[in-house]
Design a protein around this ligand. Structure first.
Ligand code: HEM
Length: 176
């Protein structure tokens, strides 16, 4: 064990510390409510959205390549590590940040009363459901029990892109 590993907290504690710091920071910001907060929230919402979408577009692509690797092979084990890191380090935290910041923006602006945001909300629920499905497919690959063909993941790769286009059109054009 290295000196850094000895002094840094265990993974489950890191999550708890990150959660406490985030919640405390959010409460402090709501209480303090500095000028320009809305634009900062929006900037970080967009950053989180970019990270979430990048992962949601890349993960099914990895599944496509993973289908072609023999279970138990070195290549398959490498894909497992890549998928695990992508999901736990980027996709999951980015999805949580997108939701928290999006809901905060909706509350701050009062846009939650408008139909375009309600439609966007439904599409984001669809996107989050797809995220949940990806976690299920991820677990199948991790346990070497995927039975779906590469074509399935190729088709699924298009769904987040379509949802993203609709969501961005709704939030930017606010058509109704
Ligand atoms: C729970 C989920 C979400 C909620 C409640 C939410 C809500 C909001 C709100 C209220 C705004 C501010 C709009 C304005 O000030 O004009 C916003 C901005 C934005 N959102 Fe979301 N959002 C969510 C998820 C997403 C997702 C998944 C995407 C993309 C795939 C997205 C893309 C954007 C973009 C690009 C902007 C900036 C629009 C602009 O400034 O013109 N949002 N969101």
């Amino acid at each position: 064990m290295t000196a850094a590993e000895k002094t840094s907290p265990a993974p489950q504690w890191r999550w708890l510390i990150a959660l406490i710091v985030t919640v405390a920071g959010a409460i402090a910001l709501i209480y303090w409510s500095p000028q320009g907060l809305y634009l900062w929230l929006k900037a970080f919402h967009i950053i989180a959205v970019i990270a979430w979408m990048a992962g949601m577009l890349y993960l099914p692509r990895l599944f496509v390549y993973h289908c072609e690797a023999e279970p138990g092979s070195k290549q398959s084990e490498t894909f497992k590590v890549m998928e695990r890191r992508l999901l736990t380090v980027i996709i999951n935290p980015a999805m949580i940040a997108t939701w928290i910041l999006g809901l905060w923006l909706a509350y701050e602006s009062g846009f939650y009363r408008e139909h375009w945001l309600q439609a966007k909300f439904l599409l984001v629920i669809g996107l989050s459901g797809l995220h949940g499905e990806m976690v299920r497919w991820f677990r199948d690959f991790q346990n070497d029990r995927n039975t779906r063909p590469a074509k399935f993941y190729r088709i699924m790769n298009e769904v987040p892109a379509v949802l993203m286009v609709l969501i961005v059109l709704l939030v930017v054009l606010k058509p109704f």
